[in-house]
Design a protein around this ligand. Structure first.
Ligand SMILES: [Zn+2]
Length: 291
């Protein structure tokens, strides 16, 4: 399997897949009635919606190479599942084993090569391979990396009492802090001269996207500010897991106002291949144009 790659000036981005899954659009987005979806289906098919009108979603990580640094954005679901909440994970992954670390290594990125791990937020499908089990001990997967977590995000989730979230933190975030590999950073943290965090709150309070700018070219890794390309046409559509749906809508509307019909490459964190595209206006409606 060849991995999708994008070149943004001097920066190279490589998509490392964990899995693809489908979910009925109408159950993912409460507002997605058949009537509301109809005008968008022609451009959503075949890459982002299948023949049954289910959303096709991807779980993947993105390796960003910039100025000699190898940065892994999000670490998928993994196998290191807290016992309290395994069903949701196995339903998404379809299998108790995850191919993510194997795919990463086959792409030439051995675990030891990763300099920075960056989690757009702390939901389980973005932090799963932060850690791994070795002889029943949970250890950091990327021993030579600094792990960047937005301080706002960490402080929000550590105060939650939901056992599922608590288990995710216990398995995938707290061991990183305990090992001294974590940096709690601001939501606009600069990673390299070409790569920085950009606050995109709403899905979670400390949610960040990743802005790449090099040699006049720009890209934005979405994280979960927009789970599916249809949300660029319908920015008010949110999902049940959004912490603050109104704020998530405002975040998407800001990106639309700034970047519709410009050259920004949007690289989706849950977008099925071809995964990346631009925001364009056609016949008075915005769509996500890939390829
Ligand atoms: Zn997600």
């Amino acid at each position: 399997m060849s991995n999708l790659t994008w070149q943004i000036g001097c920066v190279r981005v490589t998509r490392i897949e964990e899995t693809l899954t489908t979910i009925p659009l109408t159950s993912f987005f409460a507002a997605a009635t058949p009537e509301a979806l109809a005008p968008h289906l022609p451009w959503l098919r075949p890459h982002f919606v299948d023949a049954q009108d289910h959303a096709i979603l991807s779980i993947h990580g993105l390796v960003v190479e910039s100025q000699g640094r190898t940065i892994l954005v999000d670490t998928c679901i993994g196998e290191n599942w807290p016992e309290s909440n395994p069903l949701e994970r196995s339903a998404l992954l379809g299998d108790p084993t995850s191919p993510f670390l194997g795919n990463l290594e086959r792409a030439g990125f051995q675990r030891e090569r990763i300099d920075v791990v960056l989690c757009t937020h702390l939901h389980f499908d973005h932090v799963g391979c932060n850690t791994m089990r070795v002889d029943d001990t949970v250890v950091p997967t990327f021993p030579n990396a600094r792990y960047l977590f937005a301080r706002t995000e960490w402080e929000h989730w550590r105060a939650q009492e939901d056992p599922g979230f608590a288990a995710t933190l216990r398995e995938t975030v707290e061991p990183i802090l305990a090992a001294g590999l974590a940096d709690l950073v601001e939501c606009d943290h600069v990673v390299t001269d070409e790569v920085r965090l950009e606050p995109t709150p709403g899905h979670t309070p400390g949610h960040v996207s990743v802005r790449i700018a090099s040699q006049g070219k720009e890209a934005l890794v979405t994280g979960d500010m927009a789970h599916h390309p249809v949300q660029w046409a319908e920015p008010t559509w949110g999902i049940a897991a959004d912490s603050d749906g109104a704020q998530a809508t405002r975040t998407r509307q800001r990106i639309l106002a700034q970047h519709t019909d410009d050259d920004l490459l949007i690289i989706g964190t849950h977008y099925a291949p071809p995964t990346a595209g631009r925001l364009v206006r056609r016949d008075g409606r915005v769509r996500f144009a890939s390829g």
